[in-house]
Each structure stands twice: as structure tokens, then as C-alpha cells.
Design a protein. Sequence first.
Lengths: 291, 303
Amino acid sequence: MNKDIVVKAHGVKKNYDNSYALNGIDLEVTSGQILGFLGPNGAGKSTFLQSVLGLINTEGNLEVLGLDPRRDRHKLLKEVCSITDVAVLPKWMTVDQILQYVDGVHPGFDLQKCHSILSKTNIKRSSQVKILSRGMVVQLHLSIVMAINARLLVLDEPTLGLDLVYRKEFYSQLIEDYYDGEKTILISTHQVEEIEGVLSDAVFMNQGRIVMQDSIESINKKFLELRPNRDSLERAKSLRPIHQRVELGREVLLFEDTEQEKLSDLGEVRPPFIADLFMAIMDKTKNGDNA
Amino acid sequence: MTVLFTMIRKEIQEHKLAFIYAPFIVALVLCAVIISVYLGLTDIQTTNFSFSTDVYDEKYKEGMLLASPEAKTAVIRAGLVVLGLPILLTVGFGLLAYSLSTFADERKDRSLIFWRSLPVSDLTTVMSKLVFIVVVIPLLVLPNLILLQLVASLSVSIYFVSNDIVPFGYVWTSYFISDWFRIIFSLWAQALWSLPIFLWLMLSGTYFKKPVIGAVVPLVALVVLEGIIFKANNVQEFIENRLGFWSRADSFPIQYEEARVVDITDVYLMITTQAFWIGMIASAVLVAGIVFTRSTNNDFTVE
């Protein structure tokens, strides 16, 4: 089955005060992908997501659902939902007033569905947003987004500042109740380990560039982490790991495109955590070892 | 249309204190004062203290008895219109505060991020606020003016009839209901007349960290510079005119010597003046400025 191209970026750049927040982004996102943008502060993740939402002007070619996000933002937002900051719902409004408002302005919003989602939470429809906790505001925002029949969902640090319980609930609700295999989700977060199981693809960014992009399935096939037995350490090192670190007094070696059979005899082998792979790729990039 | 209706409903919900409760409270207070005056409750005469709000002494009573039927009707109509001034001033101050804060507040509490995530263009948002100011707020104010006029008319009828000043019919003339239409047309005209001021305040709210200073300083600077360089005061006059009543503006062809009921033909006269269209052009430029600034300014710092 052919997948629709949802986001198509070619040579996308964004310049702030003579420094590039985005420095030539080439990316294609197809329908059904849950794509995680990972990178340190200032990597350009939020800037790219803002440009996808048409909130900032960029150089280069950027198409979202076949539209120019800046020029056709109004049209685009009928198909695109976003949570780009926590607790941005207007505090003076009641939950019902917000739902009425979204129902009135968004052709894809299903009020009954939203009521049904909210009925499973502790949020009262008569409550004002200002009396809700930070976690409840995010829950409300997610309920609104989940009741919109959109093709693309953009989440930029959606759970920042929330406690662990709300963060877990957020992502499990997102995957169980929202994702249907056709919708596309772009997520940027610092809490990489919490979204690892959710992602279908990952994009590693640093200094406005994409340093690696691949599917999680492919990453798990391509990269392997070895905790070698004490007597196998030198043999393992001779297989040219791409990165090496010490964890709780034990050496951990990361291999790329190395057969699992070769490593299995040397110690404990498993696919790396995305966060660890990210750190390794960053180190590799820093050392100029891109070959 | 549903989108515009939804957005205007949101404005009413958000600003019900300024445009529903405040005028209603002022109207109730005025009603209470009027009733008290006509009941003689505010007339205090003691040996040490004397206070009277007696509105018609013998001189006025004689004047009213001698006046022509048309003059009696005109005085009563003008009186009823003037009564509503405190309500209009309350709403006027509310409008200035609304214009200054409406775009500044959404930056301050970052709700702009939420509004921007919905499929509503910046132009639609600005136009909804414009329709709210020009069309809806006058409609929200009118019931308060009607309430006040009814209470005042009833009180004055009882007083006039019981004191043999004028017969009952002079107060409840055929102009009564048609004057309500005149009032609403006048309020719409006033809102259009003052629109450049409201839009300027809105523009300040979309851009400046300190919207009050941002709204005032450039205007003061313009007034001062125009005075120094051109020895003129056109900017100052423009601002003063737009802050004042449209029917009293210098550019308006009819000069009013005294308060009278504004006629619908006066509105026609206003829209045929050059000053009105200068205001409309200034408003269009300001709307474009607000749309541009709201869509491009990502600075959410507002003090």
C-alpha cells in the first residue's frame, strides 16, 4: 500500500541573528509514522515543528499535506493538530466553553467524542481551566486533540513539567485511543526514554541539522549494544565498535552493522536504548567520525 | 458565519464584566437614584442640614407649562438621551481597556499558542473583535439604556401628572421606540468613528512588552514633533475628535449648540464626510498591521 507523503522538506533553513536554527533540513514523513525528533537544546527540533505548523517563515522547500504551511496555514490547520506547549489553554474559560469554541471553529472536531474521552477523566466540564492542575490541563488539551479528525499531530514537548504518572498516561492514551495506523505524529521531547516504545521512526538533530534518521525497526537491526564478559573485552574492541562507554563499572560497546552471532559469544547483546544511541551518535559527530 | 458567531460568543463570555455586568450595575444605580429623587427621598431638610435634588422648581414648572407641545417633547427626549451618558462612559472606558488588553492578554497567558493551533486566520480573529466592538457592544448596551429610560419615564410621568406639569401623553410619545433605533444607530456610528483609536490600542497589544506605554508614547511623540516641526496640531485634533462624540466632532457639518436627539440622517451625514473616510482608511491600515504583527510576533513577554 502506498503511503501518502505528509511532510516533505528540502533544504529548509531558518536564520536567527546570523546563526542557523535550521541548516538544510531534508526530510520526508509518510502517513502512519510516529516520528520522534531527538536532540539537545538548540538542535532545531522546535523550530522545525514550528515551521511545519506555519508559525515561522523558512527558506527552502517545505510542504505539509501538499500545502505551503506559512501561506496556507489556515487551510492546513483543518488537517493538523498540535500541542506545542503545556498549559496554554485560556485560563478564564470553562471546559465547556473551550469545547463549544473548538466545536464552532474546527470542522473536524467531534464534540460527543470529546465528551466521551473527558468522562473517563476527573475533569469537570463546568470547571474553569485556571483551577485545573497542570496535568489536567494537558489531559484536557489532549482530549480536544484526540476528538479532532486530523491527519497530522504535532507534539512539541507536550509533557514538559508533568509528573511521571501524567506523562505515562499521556503517551498510553495517545497510542491506545488516538493512533490508528493512518495518522502521522511528530513528537519532540527531552524525555526520550518515555517515548521510545511509542516511536516508529527517529530523527536525531544537532545544530540545525539532521545527523541521523531511521526507523526504530531498522535501528534495532543495525545497532547492537554489547556488555562484554571481562575476558572478551579485547576481542570485542577488535570488532571496531562505533562507541564505547562505562556503565556501573562495566564497559558497554556499541556496534553498527555487525552480525549478532559474532557478538553473542562475547557477552550480553541487546539493541541500544534510543537515548544511548543518540549520545553515541552525538559523540561520533563531535569527533568528526562521520564515515 | 458559525465561526464568526462562535468567536463573538467567546468575546462576550470573556468580557461580560465590562460589557454586561458593569453597564447593568450603572443602570441599576441610576434607576435607584432617579426613583429616589422623584420619591423625594433625597430631599433632606433639617435645622442644621439642607440638601435638595428637587429637579423641577417653580421656574421650570412654569417654563414647561408655557412651552409648545414640540418643545416639551424635545426636552423630554433629550433628557432621556442624556440620562444614559454614565452608562456610555462606563462602556467607553471598558472599550479602551478591552482594546488594549485583548491581544496583550493572549500573549501574556500564552493562550495565543492555543488559538493559533486552530483553523482560524488572524484576519478572522481581528474582524471578529472589530464586529464585537462596532456591532455587538452597542447591542449589549442598549437594553440598559432602555431600562433606564423606562424607569425615568415612569417616574417623571407620575411626577408630572401629579404636579399638573404636563399630561401623561407627552412623556410616552411615538418617538419613544423610534429613539431606541436612533440610539443604536448612533452607537454604531460612534464605534466606527472611534475605531482608529481602538485599533491602535489593539496593535500596541499585539507588539509591545508594555502595551500602555507602547500605545501612548508614539502618539505623544507625534503630537510633539508635529508641533515643533510643522507648528500644527492635526494629530492631537484627530485623537481628541476620535475620543469624543462623533456628533460633536469639528469635521462634522452640523454644530450642536445643545444636546438633542441624534437623527438617523445625521449618521448619513457622518458617512459622507471626509473625516469619516480618513478614519476608515486609518482603520484598514491598522487592521493590516494587527494581522501582520499577531501572526509574526512570537514574543510572549507582556508586563
